[in-house]
Design a protein around this ligand. Structure first.
Ligand code: SF4
Length: 284
């Protein structure tokens, strides 16, 4: 007998505002401008299928002006270190601004306070593109991520604390509480983007209605990995997949399947996976 399967989408899933905007800029360049000599500053988003699609459209990722012979460089939503931006401009590249407005706001805040002599504490992952770009706006700074680092940090006068926009609010709150306990004069900036928590909260609602969850997104996407962990923590069978080919055979035995996707997962991939799940009823 064929299993009658229902697929329910999470209310909030897929591209966040910043990623949607930069993807729109890339499409505009390809369709209305010129896709020749079109580059992105590093991989545009954490999604291998999108990166491959762009590559097939002639859009390559470069890290330095010397990686190509000039052209147009699209800055990704994470932003760019100001020195790197300068180098691209000096080498004659046309720059298309793709930095997410929220990230730009953090960069401007850090620049302003740094110019006024403040020490900047950036709470985030040192290796993340957004943190590397924010570091470039600070004169004196430290990047920390753990409670241990918050306890060990030397806190000078006039210290400003700001977070990587995609950090979890709970993690940031814990670090801020430690720093305030150690020195109540530290100034805390609210910089966390709600995109991640909105996807998490929506997933939580979804888990009450379904038997299993498919989380769609790049295996290199931190927010997608966190969604998968949350689904597992809710006690549901869950798989993290990048494409239809990754769907496990086991998923087809469930009658009600929830789907969600990270902030760098395109709609076309969500649609394909939804179609595969709802259209592949197997006989038992
Ligand atoms: S997660 Fe938030 S801050 Fe980061 S690109 Fe998306 S909208 Fe912008």
């Amino acid at each position: 007998m064929a299993v009658k399967r229902k697929v329910i989408r999470s209310n909030v899933m897929g591209f966040c505002m910043g990623v949607k905007a930069v993807m729109g800029k890339v499409d505009k360049q390809i369709i209305h401008e010129d896709s020749n000599n079109l580059y992105t500053y590093g991989p545009l988003i954490h999604n291998p299928q999108v990166i491959e699609k762009l590559r097939l459209q002639g859009v390559e990722s470069i890290e330095s002006p010397s990686d190509a012979d000039g052209g147009t460089i699209i800055i990704r939503a994470h932003g760019i270190h100001p020195e790197d931006r300068k180098k691209f401009a000096e080498n004659g590249y046309k720059i298309v601004e793709g930095t997410c407005p929220r990230v730009l706001r953090s960069q401007k805040t850090v620049t302003r306070y740094s110019e006024d002599g403040w020490f900047i504490v950036i709470v985030g992952d040192k290796g993340h593109g957004e943190v590397k770009a924010i570091v470039g706006c600070a004169k004196k700074y430290a990047v920390i991520l753990t409670e241990f680092e918050a306890e060990a940090l030397k806190i000078p006068e006039k210290t400003l604390v700001i977070a990587q926009t995609t950090l979890s609010q709970a993690e940031y709150d814990t670090i801020c509480q430690i720093l305030i306990r150690r020195d109540s004069s530290v100034k805390i900036i609210k910089s966390i983007c709600p995109a991640t928590s909105q996807r998490q909260n929506s997933l939580k609602e979804l888990t009450a209605e379904v038997d299993a969850v498919i989380v769609i997104g790049g295996k290199n996407s931190a927010n997608t990995k966190r969604l998968h962990l949350s689904a597992l923590k809710e006690g549901l069978p869950s798989w993290h997949v990048e494409s239809v080919e990754d769907l496990p055979e086991e998923i087809f035995k469930y009658e009600t399947i929830g789907i969600t996707a990270g902030a760098s997962t395109p709609d076309w991939m969500i649609d394909r996976i939804e179609a595969a799940l709802s259209g592949s009823a197997i006989s038992q």
